[in-house]
Each structure stands twice: as C-alpha cells, then as structure tokens.
Design a protein around this ligand. Sequence first.
Ligand code: DC
Length: 219
Amino acid sequence: MRINIAIDGPSAAGKSSVADKLAKKLGYVHLDTGAMYRMVAYLCLKNGIATEDEDGAVEALKRADIRIKTSGDIYLDGNKISDELRSETISMKASDVSKNPKVREALVAMQQRIAKDKGYILDGRDIGTVVLKDAEVKIFLVADPKERAKRRILQNEIKGIECDHDKILEDINKRDYQDTHREVSPLKKADDALLIDTSDLTLDEVVDKIYGIVLEKIK
Ligand code: DC
C-alpha cells in the first residue's frame, strides 16, 4: 500500500533533507513545494513583476518552461537554476509571493494533481492543512531558530555561498513571522499532525523516526 506523507514546518527546520532521505528509503517521490514558490519569486524577479501582482505572477508561471528532474534539479528554459533558487533574496521574495491567493491556488492545484496517485512526500507550510488534508502521515517539524540558522549557514558553507550570520537568523525570524501571520493558508500544525522537535536530533534520527511511523501505518 502506498500512502502520501505531509511534512510541514518553518524554514530551515530540515524538511527538505528529511523528505529527500525518507523518499529514497521508501522508494517514494519527494516534492519540495517551497521550490515551487521560489520558482514564482524567481520568475517575478527576472520579468520585472511585482510580488503583489498576482495575475502577472500566475501568467509568468503558466508561460514558463519548467522541468523538475528526478534528482530534484530544477530547470527553467533549459538552464539549471536550483542553486539560484536557494539564495537569500529569493527566500524572502518567495515568502512575499506566497501571500497571494491566486499564486497559492495555482500551485496547490499542481501539487494535488502530482500527488493524486499516492507514494509522494510533500514538504511545505500548508501540506497537512490544505494540499493533502487526507495524507495518511502528517509531520510538523520544528527546531530552535538559532539551530536552524546554524544549519543554513553550514549548508551555505558546503556550497561555497558566503553569508552574513546575523542576517540569516534575522531572515529566518522574519520569514517565520510572515509565513505564520499571512491571511491565506498560514503555516500551522494540522490537528492530526505529529510534532517533532529536531533541535537535538540528527538527520538520520528524524528520518528513522518518521520511517517507523510510516511502516506502522502501511503494515
Ligand atoms: O520551504 P522554503 O523555505 O523553500 O519555502 C519558501 C517560501 O515559500 C516560504 O517562506 C513560504 C512559502 N511556502 C508556502 O507558503 N507554502 C508551501 N507549501 C511551501 C512554501
């Protein structure tokens, strides 16, 4: 039996890394929905569209030639832009663009279409509450903001991206506020989601914990 798994939580709580590893272990597909909002932010930036211009953003999304490879790499018009999508500028812009109801509507419809056959792990902010309300396993990952900033800095260092440490923490706090206080689909734990605090856990410990929950569910 294949199921769907929803992983939500604030930025840099480890959602994507956990979802990636878990997907490999289960032979499932991981869909990083944050990358989709980042893509819209990138399209707005490239095409001079204001983040508040909902129609302009949705139009740009419809026109764009976007390919997501099984490796998780994202291509726009044949060019790989995965690393550019992770920049701090795009992170903030993605949070801004995600406030727009029409953008959310378009992306949620795509996400639901993709996951309809089960066997998917979606990570984001509204997966358990909106996108996959009927997901068989729902996880809400949290971690102390300072720990999350440390992980983001380490990730950047590995990729050779220079960053201002104080600014990273400031941006994390700012995005947390924006994502939890927006009017449409704010970041919120679904009532039936299991909360896991990853502050003192390794990546493998978190993955093993969720893997155990999934096995219990599908047996
Ligand atoms: O997970 P992330 O940091 O890549 O997400 C970037 C932004 O996109 C985040 O600040 C909020 C938004 N987002 C959202 O509103 N809903 C989702 N399902 C995923 C991301």
